[in-house]
Design a binder for this molecule. Structure first.
Ligand code: SAH
Length: 353
């Protein structure tokens, strides 16, 4: 473990960096150069910053630190999905996943170490929350997975989903700062339309996203459109009811004009009946939306089973009959515990790359 008392340079805003450098008598253009190294080129050491004078690099080495992720293990699924475990500067671990498909390569990244929410169907819940990730640690996952995509699939990532470990809206500031660096022309320059943030539904923060002109896509993990059922599997629903969420989503839609995606994991004999489909169709009336039906991925200790093929088809057909856009999301990377809800820092047991 190497926690130091130096300044974590990627926690500084451009203004803060400028102020620090001014005190050292450095001209303003150095801020821009250093910012570019940090957030555009993904530098992980000051020694790489070849256009800075030697003395400045030495000063930075003495006073500042760049906490980068360290790749621990990589596993490849039979379907091509690649899961990577990273260790952080304080010895904690997170996971990120690269999901190749015909037309895209998606990077799934984490926002927290563990998660504070106790969704009954999700393995990450079993880790509890250990800490929030910094913007730099969220950003690094993208840089790393993009390099991995280039080396494994010979093309860069095309999409990012913030759907790994953690609840992004409970680490709002760092997630927004990371997105900013990922999308900014002074950063990685990715289009916000290619990024999706998935939330379990924190009404107040969905409104905040709207106020902050959030330009990415928003997915809500709905999983039940009935308060009693939803609270049973997602305790966060006790303080963020469906009515509060509907209200926040309407506001979000009014401000951003972005269609919401609802994620719905079909759990056998729990939320897969015709009545459940009707409730979902009613909820879909609140704003323009689409529904992603997710196959339940087995998680140890979870008291659920995947729905049957027949019920799944009937559920989807009902929604389609109500003119709702529905996609069935196949599980990816299930054999290496890389699929939705399976990220739990388990030791690599198969297919290390
Ligand atoms: N906390 C955020 C993002 C992480 S979860 C959220 O709740 O949206 C990413 C997606 O995987 C969510 O839709 C989540 O509900 C789903 N998921 C969790 N456990 C799952 C499981 N066992 N099988 C299938 N999907 C699961």
């Amino acid at each position: 473990m190497q926690v130091s008392n130096k300044t974590d340079i990627r926690r500084l805003s451009a203004d803060e960096l400028k102020t620090m450098l001014e005190k050292e008598g450095q001209p303003a253009f150095r801020t821009k150069q250093i910012f570019q190294w940090l957030w555009q080129k993904g530098a992980n050491s000051f020694d790489q910053m070849s256009n800075l004078p030697q003395e400045l690099r030495a000063w930075l080495n003495e006073h500042c630190v760049i906490y980068t992720l360290k790749l621990e293990t990589t596993q490849k699924s039979d379907d091509g999905t690649i899961k990577s475990a990273f260790s952080l500067y304080d010895g904690k671990s997170i996971e990120g996943v690269l999901i190749p498909s015909l037309d895209r390569i998606t990077a799934c990244i984490s926002s927290q170490v563990g998660c504070s929410l106790q969704c009954t169907f999700c393995a990450t819940a079993q880790l509890n929350l250990q800490r929030n990730l910094s913007a730099g640690e969220i950003f690094d996952q993208v840089v790393f997975l993009n390099q991995q995509s280039n080396s494994q699939f010979h093309k860069p990532i095309s999409n990012i989903v913030i759907m790994g470990m953690g609840e992004p809206l409970l680490n709002y500031k760092s997630v927004m700062s990371a997105i900013n660096h990922i999308t900014s022309p002074d950063g990685l320059g990715m289009s916000p339309r290619r990024i999706t943030l998935s939330t379990s539904g924190i009404a107040k923060m969905i409104k905040q996203l709207a106020d902050d002109n959030f330009a990415c896509n928003l997915a809500l993990s709905l999983h039940a459109a009935d308060n009693v059922k939803r609270s049973q599997i997602m305790p966060i629903n006790d303080s963020n009811s469906l009515e509060m969420l509907a209200n926040a989503l309407k506001y979000f839609y009014e401000m951003t004009h972005t269609r919401i995606t609802y994620e719905y994991v079909l759990l056998r004999d729990f939320n897969d009946s015709m009545q459940d489909a009707k409730n979902l169709a009613l909820f879909c009336r609140h704003t323009p939306c689409k529904v992603n039906i997710i196959e339940f991925n087995p998680v140890s200790h979870a008291p659920h089973r995947a729905s049957t093929v027949e019920k799944t088809m009937a559920f989807i057909e009902y929604l389609q009959s109500k003119n709702i856009i529905v996609n069935m999301r196949r599980s990816r990377g299930k054999d290496i515990d890389a699929a939705c809800g399976q990220l739990a820092n388990k030791l690599a047991k198969k297919n290390a790359l």
